[in-house]
Design a protein around this ligand. Structure first.
Ligand code: 0RA
Length: 659
């Protein structure tokens, strides 16, 4: 939508552009919310939240509050101006009803602002209404409380005054229509919380909060530092080059450019770009402008300070970005997006604007902070040298053909099937469990790769060191996908890669190290749903003769099985002695706790953990790369304290590790 200025800065109903009714939304919901799966479902919440955020950006609201209701509904409350309640000249209905029942009914930027977070003047509210069984809107405005209810987008009555108030704002409660969202209508606390956290980072001064009324859980956000706080948050668990965070906020023409950045000792870069508060996962012109200014400023300073000698070649962009965490936020009147998924900002003028703002201000910052500048350059130089060494190591390995399909690692007991879709690779902790797995397996489809001792922590090693590590090299060879530039998912030799470790602290550690490797270097393998965790049993309830044993995979299940068996025995009229141990009351002759895979023989290991008919597998998913990144930083980074806290806080949940 184009920016439009009017002399009348007071909003009036005449400024609403009326387009069409809601039938198209119910007919083709995907066109409006991207899909009808769990993401589309949450899109409903984003639409309403964005309207509140826009009220805040326009200076009218200070908070957006979300509640998850016991009956599955969602309530979003803001303290903005409230949707106007006067009669709309084009529809003859109240503006509230117009906003909620007419597609694309939105304000025409009456206050001279522009659509920023994606939801100005209620655009999108009608889509939510159309896709809800029931929606109740409550408007606090002009001293009165107004309310109206709808079903599947149709009003159930007129907008009515139901009371008096001295506040202003809008409150919308809606229930997603399960005939549209067939997969699920259950909202996810963490997903909504992440969105609200981001909103608070990107909109200085706003408070956001979430309450799950069913569990009593609640959380609120307010960040005085805006995107500086965001950078700080992303760097939790990493060693920073300096505590200070570079920050700039400048207008160029009618575009606002806001950048925050900090260097860490990590090897990865984390740069997040936003246009009008919407994340652009594929970057775009703002990212291009940022990168070229960064590389130029760092090289200029490195030359001027003499850290980069005359005969040395320039630092590459990659060298300059190693360990960098940055947020780039631009606010512009008419954002255009490119690419298939519209995830990339396209406005050509933005490149120059960002380049100028960062170029001038970062150069100035480095002049003002020579000690920090020196550390940044030192880090880029180190990265440059390491990159050259890694390239040499990789080329050496490729030249020797070590990663070629022909040479499988000696420790691999391969399966006979050559069909990747039918083949599984078990990564097994230790040689002895590896031996049992090998004799117990179905050798047609199951391959075994035993891993000795601790796997290298790739979070703290560059590629050259990784390739020098035998366990990692065997793994890369067995997978058949190559690494980095030579990576190709097509070569994947097994469609299920199953990590099988002991159910103890060491086992969890090894699993996490392997997951770190997959997450950092084999992400398409994870995204493709190929990585699993095996779940060995935790308990065996032994009946007379071990053939009748019952294997149990977690603590909760143990209690349930015992409860049910005891109840059933009592019902049968069997004598149960309440003072006996519970497994005895349930008629078992022993309760065994398994600590390691090694306690099972080959047959038991296959029966309980590897038999495709009976085993329990947990598929590893990366739903939110940012959260996964944070978790790996915590677990695998250098800060022991964070790791300890995480493990203590999550010890009980480790069984369902789902990042
Ligand atoms: C139309 C016009 C104005 C605000 C809104 C809609 C509005 C919609 C929503 C949806 C959730 N919260 C909202 N807050 C405001 C402008 C109002 C004016 O100029 O007084």
């Amino acid at each position: 939508m184009a920016k439009e200025t009017t002399k009348n800065t007071e909003y009036s109903s005449g400024q609403i552009t009326v387009l069409e009714g809601l039938e198209p939304v119910r007919k083709r919901p995907g066109m409006y919310i991207g899909g009808t799966g769990v993401e589309g479902l949450h899109h409903l919440v984003w639409e309403i939240i964005d309207n509140g955020i826009d009220e805040a950006l326009a200076g009218h609201a200070t908070y957006v509050e979300v509640k998850m209701l016991p009956d599955g509904g969602i309530t979003v409350i803001d303290d903005g101006r409230g949707i106007p309640t006067d009669i709309h000249p084009k529809t003859g209905k109240s503006t509230v009803e117009t906003v909620l029942t007419v597609l694309h009914a939105g304000g025409k930027f009456g206050d001279g602002g522009y659509k920023v977070s994606g939801g100005l003047h209620g655009v999108g509210s009608s889509v939510v209404n159309a896709l809800s069984n029931k929606l109740i809107v409550t408007v606090y405005r002009d001293g009165k409380i107004h309310q109206q209810e709808y079903a599947k987008g149709a009003p159930l009555g007129d907008l009515k005054v139901i009371g008096k108030t001295d506040r202003t704002g809008t409150e919308i409660t809606f229930y997603a229509d399960e005939t549209i969202f067939k997969e699920t209508t259950e909202f996810n606390y963490t997903t909504i919380l992440d969105r609200l956290r981001h909103a608070a980072y990107l909109t200085k001064g706003i408070r956001t909060s979430l309450e799950d009324t069913r569990t009593g859980e609640r959380y609120g956000f307010y960040f005085e530092g805006g995107i500086q706080s965001y950078v700080k948050h992303l760097d939790i668990g990493k060693d920073v080059v300096d505590e200070d965070i570079f920050y700039v906020d400048k207008m160029v023409q009618d575009v606002q450019v806001e950048i925050a950045l900090q260097y860490t000792e990590a090897y990865t870069e984390t740069i997040k770009t936003f246009a009008n508060n919407v994340l652009n996962p594929d970057g775009g012109t703002h990212l291009t402008g940022f990168r070229s200014a960064l590389t130029r400023v760092i090289n200029d300073y490195a030359r001027k300070s003499g850290q980069l000698k005359e005969k040395e070649e320039n630092l590459t962009g990659e060298d300059c970005r190693e360990g960098l965490t940055a947020i780039i936020l631009v606010k512009l009147p008419d954002p255009q997006f490119e690419g298939q998924t519209k995830n990339k900002l396209g406005n050509p003028e933005i490149r120059g604007y960002v380049e100028t703002v960062l170029g001038e201000n970062l150069a100035y910052y480095m002049e003002e902070h020579p000690a920090i500048a020196k550390k940044i350059i030192g880090k880029a130089l180190l990265s440059s040298r390491a990159r050259k060494a890694a390239r040499a190591a990789r080329e050496n390995i490729i030249r020797k053909g070590v990663l070629d399909g022909a040479s499988m690692p000696g420790k691999l007991s391969d399966c006979s099937s050559k069909d990747p879709a039918a083949s599984e690779l078990y990564l097994v902790e230790g040689d002895s469990a590896g031996g049992s797995a090998k004799s117990g397996r179905d050798s047609k489809t199951q391959a075994i790769l035993p891993l000795r001792g601790k796997v290298l922590n790739v979070e703290r090693a560059r590629l050259d060191k990784m390739l020098a590590n035998n366990e990692i090299l065997s793994l890369i060879k067995a997978l058949g996908v190559g690494i980095e530039e030579s990576f190709s998912l097509e070569g994947l030799r097994y469609h299920r890669i199953i990590i099988m470790t002991d159910a103890d602290v060491d086992g969890s550690h090894i699993s996490t190290l392997l997951l770190t490797f997959f997450f950092r270097f084999m992400q398409p393998v994870v995204d493709g749903g190929h990585v699993y965790l095996a779940k060995p049993p935790l308990f065996e309830l032994v009946k007379a003769g071990r053939k009748n044993s019952v294997f149990i995979y977690d603590e909760d299940a143990l209690e349930v099985v015992l409860d049910e068996t005891i109840a059933a025995r009592k019902k049968e009229g069997l004598k149960v002695n309440d003072s006996d141990e519970r497994y005895r009351q349930a008629g078992f002759i022993e309760q065994k706790r398994y600590k390691g895979l090694g306690e099972m023989d080959a047959d038991q290991l296959f029966d309980t953990t590897m038999d495709p008919e009976k085993r329990v597998l947990v598929q590893v998913k990366v739903e939110d790369a940012e959260r996964a990144d944070a978790i790996f930083n915590k677990l695998m980074g250098t800060e022991v304290e964070l790791r300890k806290n995480f493990i203590q806080a999550n010890a009980k949940f480790v069984k369902d590790l789902d990042i």
